[in-house]
Design a protein around this ligand. Structure first.
Ligand SMILES: NC(=O)C1=CN([C@@H]2O[C@H](COP(=O)(O)OP(=O)(O)OC[C@H]3O[C@@H](n4cnc5c(N)ncnc54)[C@H](OP(=O)(O)O)[C@@H]3O)[C@@H](O)[C@H]2O)C=CC1
Ligand SMILES: O=C1O[C@H](COP(=O)(O)O)[C@@H](O)[C@H](O)[C@H]1O
Length: 518
């Protein structure tokens, strides 16, 4: 009984989910599998439906086949029972329309009313825009013009990143959306906020006395945030060549991770309180004053041909749909300061890149060194304590401490005490998109970015971009499969630090103690 009650509380209310861009890459790889997982776990009400929208012609049957293939290829759960699949698939319909043509929306309205009647759906409508950002404004206007918002029930707009190209374009887009939707109806996706371990940062920080009491500039020497990718630009060269790493990963995912690490505890466990704290961090970021300051603190790189695991990899300029003379950065690293009471003097080193040696998202908190004076003269190099939060692909945390090497007389060894969440049997963490779609359907905006966060992040990034534009070809190169240009190491070396190894590239002399059941 208690379990049933819990399940009921988890269920999102009945609604129609509109996936605009239903024939696209994101829908196929992430959104359909996420909806299936929510259904399998009983997190969707029985009275739900999904309407896929794009220009390509598709019958409902063809669309359901597309959805089936996407789930079998990319889903956490696969479908193996035809009868159960048919029951799920009958909730899916397709509508071919051009976003720019309002007549299509009027037809969509009629189709939607019939679906709502068929499944007794109470009129709630969630519009997920898995579309190129240029279409976001038109789709919201045409939803209104086509009468899609005239009914009773809630209306929510879920928007993919990038939200604009810079502050100015983001403001324009926000204004366009604001003519149709209120701020609390807009859910701006940053899928990193849906990741299990990103949400866990809040819990780790605010439920452990020994972390929170050390979480400041008295005890922390620096923070390192790495979002490494082994892939190149794949099929997205056309988009990426206009975006680059700073816009693609920096303005959103990295700065969001940084806010989770740096924010003050929210006064109440409410979405607005958490977002208030995050925006305060973004407002505290030191904005680089001019090109010289950017040059001293930000490194940009582009990959050239290289090798990974014995495989030859092309350079960025040889990639499909990329300008052969492109100066777009596929890597950036920066030394960032959060100018507030807690963090003054603590450098935050951030980096991301395509074609790095490993796929990894990790945050390393390096604590200040102990004086070590009582060990002087004993050939001990006392290492600093580290707290490492592993977000992706491994999930977990570990803490590095110094201890007497087992069996030795006085030797000191580094011990890594690990909670390896992904090693735990039975844990199959929900994908970020599952959580976020579920949250949006329940009206919980905690892990979506509010407009003032987006605007503050752009204001910071625009300063870097403006400096880069003054000298567009000043981009360092790095061979595919390496850790980026050497200047990224120099950023830290200057301060007496270095990047800590990530994702299992651990030093040999560390003793691991695992707190998992694997
Ligand atoms: N793919 C990814 O991994 C990620 C994507 N994103 C973001 O998600 C969004 C979608 O990306 P992605 O799926 O890769 O893009 P795709 O190019 O693969 O898909 C775009 C979709 O838009 C549809 N479309 C284009 N023009 C129109 C139009 N005029 N009217 C109706 N439908 C139209 C296309 O269908 P059709 O041609 O049939 O009309 C297609 O379904 C983008 O904002 C992207 O930045 C964010 C993070 C990761
Ligand atoms: O938003 C994006 O994220 C992906 C990386 O996401 P992850 O969850 O696999 O770490 C990145 O490849 C893509 O370029 C970017 O647009």
């Amino acid at each position: 009984m208690a379990d049933n009650q819990n399940l009921e509380a988890l269920k999102a209310p009945g609604a129609v989910f509109f996936i605009f861009g239903a024939t696209g890459d994101l829908a196929r790889r992430k959104l359909f599998p996420a909806i299936f997982s929510l259904y399998r776990e009983g997190k969707l009400a029985e009275d739900f439906a999904v309407v896929g929208v794009a220009r390509r012609p598709r019958t409902n049957e063809e669309f359901r086949d597309d959805v089936f293939r996407s789930i079998q290829e990319f889903g956490r759960y696969k479908s193996s029972d035809q009868e159960k699949w048919n029951k799920f698939a009958e909730h899916f319909e397709y509508k071919s329309l051009d976003i720019n043509n309002v007549a299509g929306f009027q037809e969509l309205k009629e189709q939607t009313e019939a679906i709502e009647q068929k499944f007794s759906i109470p009129g709630n409508r969630l519009f997920y825009l898995a579309l190129a950002p240029e279409l976001f404004g038109s789709v919201s206007l045409n939803l209104r013009e086509g009468g899609m918002l005239d009914n009773e029930g809630w209306h929510r707009l879920v928007i993919e990143k990038p939200f604009g190209y810079d502050l100015k374009s983001a403001e324009k887009l926000n204004e366009e959306l604001g003519h149709v939707f209120k701020e609390d109806e807009i859910y701006r996706i940053d899928h990193y906020l849906g990741k299990e371990m990103v949400q866990n940062i809040e819990t780790i920080r605010f439920s452990n006395l020994f972390f929170e009491s050390l979480w400041n500039n008295k005890y922390i020497a620096n923070v390192q945030i790495t979002l490494g990718e082994t892939v190149g630009v794949e099929e997205r060269g056309g988009y990426y060549d206009h975006a680059g790493a700073l816009r693609d990963m920096g303005q959103n995912h990295i700065l969001q991770l940084l806010t989770m690490i740096a924010m003050e505890p929210p006064s109440r466990p409410l979405a607005e309180d958490l977002r208030d704290e995050k925006v305060k961090v973004l407002r505290s970021l030191h904005h680089f004053a001019d090109a010289a300051e950017v040059k001293a603190n930000v490194v940009r790189g582009q990959y050239t041909a290289g090798q990974s695991k014995g495989k030859d990899l092309p350079g960025y300029r040889e990639e499909d749909k990329v300008d052969p003379d492109s100066n777009t950065e596929t890597f950036f690293a920066a030394r960032v300061s959060v100018d507030n009471f807690r963090w003054a003097g603590v450098p935050f080193y951030i980096r991301t890149g395509k074609r790095l040696p490993v796929k990894t998202t990790e945050v390393v908190i390096e604590f200040k060194k102990m004086p070590g004076n009582i060990y002087l003269g004993q050939k001990h190099d006392l290492q600093p304590n580290l707290l490492v939060i592993r977000v992706n692909p491994m999930e977990g945390i570990y803490f590095k401490i110094n201890a007497k090497k087992p069996g030795s007389e006085s030797e000191i060894a580094q011990v890594a005490m690990e909670f390896c969440q992904s090693c735990l049997v039975g844990i199959n963490s929900p994908e970020a998109y599952e959580r976020l779609i579920h949250d949006a359907a329940k009206g919980d905006s905690t892990y979506f970015t509010r407009w003032d966060e987006v605007a503050s992040a752009w204001a910071f990034v625009d300063k870097i971009d403006a400096a880069w534009k003054e000298n567009p070809s000043d981009v360092s190169s790095y061979p595919a499969g390496s850790w980026g240009p050497k200047e990224a190491d120099e950023l830290l070396a200057r301060d007496g630090f270095h990047w800590w190894p990530v994702n299992g590239e651990e030093e040999d002399n560390v003793i691991w103690v695992a707190a998992s059941s694997s």
